[in-house]
Design a protein around this ligand. Structure first.
Ligand SMILES: C[S@@+](CC[C@H](N)C(=O)[O-])C[C@H]1O[C@@H](n2cnc3c(N)ncnc32)[C@H](O)[C@@H]1O
Length: 148
């Protein structure tokens, strides 16, 4: 695998990125696609949201169990979005604001500046809201009360 581009983010250090229950990811940034892959963005403008698949390049090692910032109880790594995973791959849904050549301006990033992008795909959800279960996250939210 090779990066198809890099995230241009206002976040230079992990501490700047909102975390925990109720955290909102509204930061804007750029998905800067390498020029040799620009043709692959053809027709992407028609999609409101995108999946961005990326590498946790500043994460080392993994923990099969960990306590996420959104709870005070441990959960399995595959039941969380922890950066410390056996294959350090991140997945973020962003809103596509505009395209400037090989750069996509997006909202909703939670990646550090310079994060390598492995792939971009249109976001299409076919899961009805009523069939979604939010597991331990819903329980943690219920324990701590509603978030604004
Ligand atoms: C909880 S993870 C969730 C990422 C993604 N939405 C996912 O579900 O895979 C987000 C955290 O990853 C960390 N992070 C962001 N970019 C990173 C990078 N390039 N390398 C290592 N850690 C990173 C930051 O601490 C950030 O708050």
């Amino acid at each position: 695998m090779q990066p198809i581009g890099y995230v241009r983010s206002p976040y230079k250090v992990a501490q700047d990125i909102p975390k925990g229950l109720g955290a909102k990811h509204e930061a804007e940034g750029l998905l800067d696609v390498r020029p040799e892959f620009e043709a692959g963005l053809t027709d992407i403008e028609g999609f409101s949201h995108l999946f961005v698949i990326w590498a946790f390049d500043r994460s080392e090692g993994f923990n099969l169990l960990g306590t996420p910032p959104s709870d005070d109880r441990p959960h399995g790594v595959f039941a969380t979005r922890s950066p410390r995973r056996p294959n350090p791959i991140g997945l973020t849904v962003v809103e596509l604001m505009s395209r400037e050549g090989a750069a996509l301006r997006v909202r909703g990033i939670d990646m550090l500046d310079g994060t390598p992008i492995l792939d971009i795909k249109p976001y299409l959800s076919s899961v009805p809201a009523g069939r979604l279960r939010r597991g331990w996250l819903a329980e943690a939210e219920a324990r701590t009360g509603p978030k604004p």
